[in-house]
Design a protein around this ligand. Structure first.
Ligand code: SG4
Ligand code: ZN
Length: 255
């Protein structure tokens, strides 16, 4: 298998990428009644996330999602007491007729989900980190439709029309990346899992914020109905179904 995987072909992921059939896969359903309160989980700390407008960030339609490359100067600390550097962020979504978050909470799927992907500073590169059990940390937040325009998501969404075709890229001026994540960085769920796409490496410490992000109806429509996929249809429903916990525990930083 050579990056020819698709969301229509989920059954074959583990044939081509054995880790996709493992016992620590993501996403999962978070059952809030089963989550274990852990006072050790410190608030997430983000530093260097406010980027100057003269910095140019690459935004790309990679055929599976929209990816915004991030400079390695963005640092994630707190949380689980290791240090990570940002690599990129991307989104998962549904269609005009259904939600498309990857994680679910008590069986509920949200409209969309943002993933900010980081790697452990003890490794020299992302590709080295991604094969080690403590290599990656992904911050996840759910997106819902609310009243007003979200000014931070606007910084990305206004450029989607420039990258409708697979492989197209454009540049986005720097902005406060932390604005894409909830203001409340204290309340989150945490578990050990995997990349949600091939190669499904089981090297991700997941943080799922309890507070959700709100986008306008128009913004959500733009997200789910602008980009095209490799088969020249609209890129929609780019989420993996929830995977079995296989005895894993989910921790909560809050009661
Ligand atoms: C998306 O397909 C991204 O485009 C990938 O990033 C990402 O892979 C993949 O999702 C899995 O990440 O947070 N959903 S996830 O588990 O970050 C990696 C790129 O292709 C390795 C740059
Ligand atoms: Zn993702």
């Amino acid at each position: 298998g050579h990056s020819h995987w698709s969301y229509e072909d989920l059954k074959h992921w583990s044939t081509d990428y054995s880790d996709c059939g493992g016992t620590k896969q993501s996403p999962i359903n978070v059952d809030t009644t089963q989550a274990i309160f852990s006072p050790d989980l410190r608030p997430i700390q983000l530093s260097g996330y406010s980027l100057p407008a003269n910095m140019q960030l690459k935004l790309k339609n990679n055929g599976h999602t929209v990816v915004l490359d991030l400079p390695e100067t963005l640092a994630l600390t707190g949380g689980y007491a290791q240090q990570y550097r940002a690599a990129q962020l991307h989104l998962h979504w549904g269609s005009p007729s259904g939600p498309g978050s990857e994680h679910t909470v008590n069986g509920r799927r949200f409209a969309a989900e943002i993933h900010v992907v980081h790697y452990n500073t003890k490794y020299d590169s992302f590709s080295e980190a991604m094969v080690h059990p403590d290599g990656l940390a992904v911050l996840a937040a759910f997106l819902e439709v609310g009243r007003g325009e979200n000014q931070y998501y606007h910084e990305i969404l206004e450029h989607l029309l420039e990258i409708q075709e697979v492989g197209q890229e454009t540049f986005v001026p720097g902005f406060n990346i932390a604005g894409l994540l909830p203001a409340n960085l204290k309340s989150y769920f945490h578990y050990n899992g995997s990349l949600t796409t091939p190669p499904c490496y089981q090297t991700v410490k997941w943080t799922i914020f309890n507070q959700t992000m709100l986008l306008s109806h128009h913004q959500m429509s733009m997200l789910v109905s602008t980009l095209r996929s490799p088969d020249d249809k609209l890129l929609q429903n780019n989420y993996r179904p929830v995977q079995s916990l296989h005895g894993r525990g989910v921790l909560a930083s809050f009661q």
